[in-house]
Design a protein around this ligand. Sequence first.
Ligand code: C2E
Ligand code: MG
Ligand code: MG
Ligand code: MG
Length: 283
Amino acid sequence: RAKATRRGGHVLFEDSIRRELETRLTLEAELALAAERNEFELFYQPQIQLADGRLIGAEALIRWRHPERGLVSPGEFMPVVNTSPISERIAEWVLETACAKAAAWERAGQKLRIGVNLSPSQLQSGDLASSVAQALARTGLSPTSLELEVTEDILLHDEQSALNTFLKIQALGVRLVFDDFGTGFASLSYLKKFPLDGLKIDRSFVLGLLVNPDDAAIVSSTIGLSKQLGLSVIAEGIEDRATADFLIRMGCEEGQGYFFGRPMPASEFEAKFLTAPAAAEVA
Ligand code: C2E
Ligand code: MG
Ligand code: MG
Ligand code: MG
């Protein structure tokens, strides 16, 4: 169909698209297989009360334990997962697995908040609130222990249905927090539109806090904003003591980052952070 003179260009273009599509399809197929083979795993990263260093919660972060490639980070496969048919299945697994783990900790005597990252498909399918209710019922986790993390790109799709879903979720007693706050285009307008319970200050503002006055100003204003709006606030990406101290002086109460602990397998998290290991639980 292409004109003879432009043919070369077209062929090249189509070739590169085909290659991209093939790579994507391969990865999609691999991911479906990985789900079947239970190669996904949740890591847990501690969340800390900055003033006294007390553990208050954990964020569940997905990893892919690839038989040959080893541990694969979500940045390498979640973008494909999120736009492929297996998205809902993986998202359900994440929710259920994180709730089950936190419920086990709760039964072992340690009530912690558990943060779960939502996927776009969960809001698009329209029945997220009932999935959440079911996950809570099946695992026995207290609704108030669950904190769902939403990013701006998730909210973009259908604001009205997202709002309805959020209200239903909050009616269950579950908390909703705005993840990567400040990195999107419409963070402030979303704060006004959606009934959020808290903010997570993105690590891109926290990492340079001590050396970059602009970052310090943004973080400090975000902490002030969250207080005036009655929202909880947690800083992500705290990598050293000095940054934690600076955040305390700015009035930030909670933090998360490599300084307190990297995301780690559940068993390691339990050994390091739990006073009463869930492993001791009578099955
Ligand atoms: P996020 O939700 O903002 O998660 C925080 C990311 O920051 C994690 O990367 C964590 O390892 C990293 N991080 C934590 N503390 C520090 C620090 O002190 N310094 C630095 N440089 N990084 C730190 P990770 O685990 O690679 O996850 C990346 C993103 O992938 C997450 O960002 C989240 O958007 C997405 N993701 C992870 N797990 C899931 C999941 O189960 N479901 C969905 N839908 N998305 C997930
Ligand atoms: Mg998150
Ligand atoms: Mg985040
Ligand atoms: Mg982030």
